[in-house]
Ligand binder design. Sequence first.
Ligand code: AHR
Ligand code: AHR
Length: 480
Amino acid sequence: SLPCDVYAAAGTPCVAAHSMVRALYSSYSGSLYQVQRASDSATADIGLLATGGYANAAAQNSFCAGTTCIITRIYDQSSKHNDLTVEGAGGAGAADVGAPADALPVTVGGHQVYGLEISAGMGYRDNATSGVATNGAAEGMYMVTSGTHVNGSCCFDYGNAETNNKDTGNGHMDAINFGTECWFSPCYGSGPWVQADLENGLFESNLGYSTNSSNTGTGAIPFVTALLKNNGQDHFALKWGNAQSGGLTTTYSGGEPSTSSGYSPMHQEGAIVLGTGGDNSNGSIGSFFEGVMTSGIPTDAADDAVQSNIVSVGYGGATGTTGTLGSASEISLQATTSCCTTDFVRHQNNAGVLSAITSGSSALDKSDATWIVRPGLASSSCVSFESRNYPGDYLRHYNFKIYRQPMDGTTTYRQDATFCPTTGKSGTGTSFASYNYPTKYLRHYNYNLYIASDGGSNAWDSATSWTDDVSWAVSSPWAP
Ligand code: AHR
Ligand code: AHR
């Protein structure tokens, strides 16, 4: 059964069920989300390929072809119709903008679908909900997010918040927070951590700070299940798991915060926020694939069954198509210059570099050297290269050097991350012209990566071995 079937059977039904990627009830056949295109401001609802199935991303691709789309609504699949729309101004942030609809292509259940990638200044909300816990009532919630696209700014949240977009005091929120912001020291390790945003604090325990030195965060794993439940009176718990494998770990289960008054009992107001703090503090970034809120505090057995279902759908699995420049194919890019034929394009410390990869390389090195071919973010007649292990991050140039960075929806980013394939300049393989600097091609030079012209003012524009350095073998992906 799907997550909201599980929670219903356990007597704690979903009162909000938001997903970009799939149905959360086996009987759901409605829309998942709405997109709006830039060319004529028209909107379209994106639904499912089948009842209880996966998002129909092809419908989005055709509606948004030749223009760009933003996400304007995320439908609530529950009977409560608590849809999220783009968040308005709040106590701490100006009105948000919608997230680009094509920023976070991922494979779920073998289908190419799109997640929601929140950059600073983006967020979604519903201030007039039905069925969501208020004033000390019990509730549970989870979301599937990513450990790779996080920051330390306030506050990438999903859950219960104020109905007026303002900080109305302790206990007026009850939301999952995910990021590297350590509100109460110490936090152990480098995060990101699953925390409870209960207003005026991101809590890892009743004392605020982490009392659990083994909770060092999820690390940069691509898919994370983050879970919070709160009986509204005297108990809350935090759990997380790898959304691709295994079960949930409880990092805290105990009393409500005793750091100051207002948290016991809680004072939830029942609005739903996604991507910002309760007062629309919107400096945070994050990823969202699916999430639900329940009425009542779910059993641990129900949480475990939900995690099993999440793992079973195969978030981020290999696409099955490899070694070509077709959409969603997974590839590695091999140098053809005689110095370097065992070297590949990889990312390392956020930069694009050329390095040796062999069958004995670590899984991390192999993933770093694997790219998913996407329709060019600036033109679908070219391509973009999405990182295999950093969903929503692409190879892009900046000051003519190559980096791995999250897609931010700007025109400059789209162009910087778009490469147009052509026959290899050496007569071998494929060369990739920069979309916005068409005389410059993806090149390795001293084991760093650039867009470079054949002779020019920068060291990396050297004409020596340029034709070989810009000619690549599109090869089978290193990552499994
Ligand atoms: O609790 C942390 C944050 O503090 C809340 O999200 C926000 O409303 C306030 O700024
Ligand atoms: O890489 C060249 C240019 O440098 C990019 O287009 C821009 O992002 C940066 O200013």
